[in-house]
Design a protein around this ligand. Sequence first.
Ligand code: CO
Ligand code: CO
Length: 319
Amino acid sequence: MAPIQERAVSDPRLLVGTRTSDDAGVYLLTEDTALVQTVDIITPVVDDPCDFGFIAAVNALSDIYAMGGRPLTALSFLAFEPCDLPNEKASEILTGALAALGEAGCTLVGGHTLEDPEIKFGLAVTGTVHPDRIVTNAGARDGDLIYLTKPLGTGIASTALKGEMVPDALLTEATLWMKTFNSEAAQAAVEAGATAMTDVTGFGLLGHLAEMCRGAALGAELDHSSIPLMGNIPEMINSGMVPAGAYDNIKFLDGMVYRGDHPDDLLIPLYDPQTSGGLLISVEPGRVESLEKILDSRNVFFSRIGKFTGKSKSINILS
Ligand code: CO
Ligand code: CO
């Protein structure tokens, strides 16, 4: 969910609102059911319209999973220029989205299209969560360990695709990761009693970690060498295939991140805006073994990348 200015909303049923820039809003319906609502619209990250639709849906669903919720229904939104994008391509985007929603057990109940010179597609997704099982992005505690469940690099890969520089292997890898649901990782986190969770999207790893730090009034230490990247990412950075959004994120986080003696280029992936990125999961040290076991049993990729610490309110990149 995009950050919106803090608004004074006083409704006791609003369990998670805009204040903490969380993945989705959560609204209490009954004693044991809360609604989880989110909307996410993106521009094409791959050329194939069917893959793009699939990825846009996985990306939108992810915000429901990141709250510990289960998706139920979705509304689609498509903006396109009928002259540039023939109707069959538009329908392929929807086909891809429907395939993803089908896998997630989420029902498309409607949608809206709009004429626009730039293609955009996304979904508003509604799900449910038990009020006691909500995992916000703000619950981390001092000493909790931080896990990441997908390698970084989708923004750089899409930029290289647009620049006609992308190696086939990287395009295949990035597409595969963007089409990977966060449902299994999220369920593992809920089962293991994670203290906080969010998905890595437009603000990059460091931007979303910074939100977790702010929400918990903690700092974090990252072990640089344990942060997973997709293949070919360093050479793409050397070729200048860095999205403008990565530089926006660097500027936005200025003063919050201590980079040690890492040269800029090495840290760019940590600021790279991700589409359908992995989850950041915070778990107390005593639950680490249980989390790793459940992630393994669900065949979820993961890397332990650092920990939250009360020593500073900043993110320190070590090693
Ligand atoms: Co999110
Ligand atoms: Co390093």
